[in-house]
Design a protein around this ligand. Structure first.
Ligand SMILES: [Zn+2]
Length: 243
């Protein structure tokens, strides 16, 4: 079901009958702005590129911050859904329809409690990517499964496809729906992984249409990691010679 296109495949040359699915929404579940410490993307630039690529719902999920997403939502309220990628003590969670920012460093249980209290939609970012700080141990993930809505089964920034495959197997085994996301830290990466969904406007509406989503995803070049490394250095020390 999940079709993974090779790196470098041009945008939107997908084998979908776009006329038949014209009413559906192209949704990006995972991207960052300069409210994250490892991105330099201005909210207005992210919006411009997303619109240009035909993305119709953009969940902006900065690390432990909703400031960039809120700024973007003011600029394009139809497009932007405020989200947050939250570092818990056991791994990262990927939330959308977030109203109140959740700080990093809480337990998964407390983070989930706060997210559920505000009705947020909750996925788990790149759960088995061992190269990320936010990866989960399976036993910790099993504990929170009843509390999450979905698992991120494809992240375009995973360096090795087996990390994504394991997430997809895990979601299927536990009968959880999957989200896909570009995890864009630079604007050009946005839309690398989209889910085409029946229209929704609320978290509950999203839960209802998620299982029938059509994922269209391709891995990004490993070079994108240099972009975020550079962004981290720029953000950490504005006096570097190349700043
Ligand atoms: Zn991310």
């Amino acid at each position: 079901m999940l079709k993974i296109l090779p790196e470098g495949t041009p945008n939107f040359e997908w084998n979908l009958d776009w006329d038949k699915i014209d009413h559906m929404l192209k949704v990006e579940f995972h991207c960052h702005t300069n409210a994250s410490k490892d991105s330099l993307t201005k909210p207005e630039d992210l919006i411009r590129v997303a619109r240009k690529k035909g993305i119709e719902r953009l969940m902006i999920t900065d690390h432990n911050s909703i400031a960039g997403a809120k700024a973007a939502a003011l600029l394009d309220p139809e497009l932007v859904i405020v989200g947050e990628e939250i570092m818990t003590t056991r791994g990262e969670l990927l939330a959308s329809f977030v109203q109140e920012e959740i700080p990093a460093g809480l337990s998964p249980q407390e983070t989930l409690r706060r997210l559920k209290a505000q009705g947020a939609f909750i996925s788990v970012s790149h759960p088995f990517d061992r190269f990320r700080n936010g990866a989960w141990h399976e036993e910790d993930l099993l504990e929170i499964l009843p509390e999450v809505d979905a698992i991120e089964v494809f992240n375009a920034r995973c360096m090795f496809p087996q990390f994504n495959r394991r997430a997809k197997w895990f979601a299927e085994k536990h009968n959880l729906p999957g989200t896909v996301g570009s995890d864009a830290h630079a604007a050009f990466e946005v839309g690398q992984a989209l889910l085409v969904l029946e229209p929704f406007s609320t978290p509950e509406g999203l839960r209802q249409v998620l299982r029938n989503g059509i994922p269209q995803a391709r891995l990004s070049s490993w070079l994108v990691h240099l972009v975020s490394r550079y962004a981290s250095m720029r953000q950490a020390n504005k006096t570097l010679p190349f700043s």
